[in-house]
Design a protein around this ligand. Structure first.
Ligand SMILES: Cc1cc2nc3c(=O)[nH]c(=O)nc-3n(C[C@H](O)[C@H](O)[C@H](O)COP(=O)(O)OP(=O)(O)OC[C@H]3O[C@@H](n4cnc5c(N)ncnc54)[C@H](O)[C@@H]3O)c2cc1C
Length: 386
């Protein structure tokens, strides 16, 4: 889909407005209650699908709506700003890290089987890469998929898997060549969630409370060989490419969550009075708000620039390095704004139910998931040839 600059501006504003309305009315009012319950209702997937949000960026033939990054990133930012729940965002959109690999590498009949029901909000998809033995060093993963006639038989474990308790489909990284120790023996395969031999254990965590996170065990899980995504041994390249989209999405989300902290802090600073004047009239508080906004503006401008390069088809080492460092920049912006927001709210910022309190707990995972801060720097250094 191609847009003139004018059309893109209009479509972006319209979509961001729709998303903001959805997030304000159907996520934000329930975020605390869903955190307490440890999950959000499954019907939210249908609602997001009806608005076209789950299918954004996917081919029409599979039930999606093609959309450039320049359109998707502002929508994602608006969802996180106005919904202000990392837990909902992580699980409601877990398909965005699982399905791109199916669309890019899956056989047409596998794409048709897996993708449309997920984009319609009827099924849930999750990505399983990380293992108890390590997440950063993907090339060392140990879960095996052994060819047996027309099937693959999978044995191993995955950990910290978002939507892992509820997922109907897993996109799984496996080692198909047991003899190979490195990246060369890694493949990707889809696994139906109801396959015998797959067991799941719920994990409790610091934030993202309404998102289900699981430890998965695969004991002789048998799936048809047609579920292999791409060629045997070609999985590592697919995983690395997929990370770029995930990291851009995380950066956009982090900007949105930073904005959510600023919104709440500004509103609080206007209505609360100390020493005879509103908080916002105290220069120290005003400057904290300006510092938040300054970081948000700078990060958002960089996000737009990196997204525009993606839409122009740039996959150069320099662009990859910018994606990695943008993820770190956006996370630090979110950390700064969550910290300043809690401080401006004072004791109230430490109480469950405020946006700043939730985001202060949730930001830590953004420094870890989708590639840790340290690994982002390593990758960037390598891409830039330092
Ligand atoms: C809530 C949550 C949801 C998640 N969802 C998913 C999911 O849906 N699917 C999925 O596959 N994974 C998921 N993850 C896993 C996440 O991607 C990993 O936790 C992450 O990649 C780090 O891997 P690790 O935890 O094994 O840490 P390790 O790789 O063991 O690293 C531990 C620490 O050492 C540092 N470190 C490692 N190597 C180096 C190095 N060479 N130089 C410097 N420092 C280094 C790391 O930066 C980190 O600080 C999720 C994690 C969380 C917490």
């Amino acid at each position: 889909m191609s847009f003139t600059p004018e059309e893109l501006r209009e479509a972006t504003t319209q979509l961001a407005d729709t998303v903001a309305r959805f997030a304000r009315s159907e996520i934000a009012p329930h975020a605390t209650e869903w955190d307490q319950a440890g999950e959000f209702p499954r019907q939210l997937y249908r609602r997001a699908a009806d608005l076209g949000l789950l299918g954004l960026g996917y081919p029409e033939a599979l039930g999606g709506t093609p959309a450039p990054y320049a359109l998707r990133m502002p929508a994602w930012r608006a969802l996180c700003r106005h919904g202000a729940s990392g837990g909902v965002q992580a699980s409601l959109f877990s398909h965005n890290i699982a399905l791109p690999l199916v669309v890019a590498l899956g056989a047409p009949e596998v794409q048709r089987e897996v993708v449309p029901p997920v984009l319609a909000g009827e099924k849930i998809a999750a990505l399983g890469i990380t293992e108890p033995g390590g997440g950063s060093d993907v090339a060392q993963l140990k879960t095996t998929a052994r060819r047996d006639g027309g099937d693959y038989v999978i044995d191993g474990e995955k950990i910290f898997i978002t939507s892992g308790m509820r997922a109907d489909w897993f996109t799984l990284a496996v080692r198909t060549d047991a003899a190979s120790k490195g990246a060369g023996g890694i493949s990707l395969i889809v696994v139906p969630g109801d396959t015998p031999g797959l067991s799941r254990t719920r994990l409790d965590k610091m934030g993202w409370l309404s998102s289900d996170t699981a430890h998965l065990r695969f004991d002789g899980v048998r799936v048809p060989a047609r579920y292999l995504l791409g060629a045997e041994g070609a999985g590592f390249k697919g995983i690395m490419g997929n990370f770029n989209g995930e990291r851009l999405g995380l950066a956009a989300g982090a900007v949105g969550f930073a904005e959510a902290c600023l919104d709440e802090a500004l509103s609080w600073a206007r209505q609360r009075s100390t020493f005879g004047q509103p908080l916002v009239a105290h220069q120290v508080i005003r400057h904290k708000l300006v510092d938040m906004r300054q970081r948000i503006c700078a990060t958002a401008a960089w996000l737009d620039a990196v997204a525009a390069r993606a839409d122009a088809g740039d996959t150069s080492p320099d662009w990859v390095a910018e994606v990695c460092t943008l993820k770190n920049q956006a996370t630090q912006t979110m950390q700064f704004c969550a910290d300043a927001g809690v401080q401006i709210l004072g004791g109230m910022g430490y109480m469950r139910g405020t946006v700043c309190e939730r985001i202060y707990r949730e930001v830590k995972v953004i420094t870890i998931g989708g590639g840790t801060e340290e690994i982002m720097k390593e990758l960037a250094a390598r891409q830039w040839g330092f």
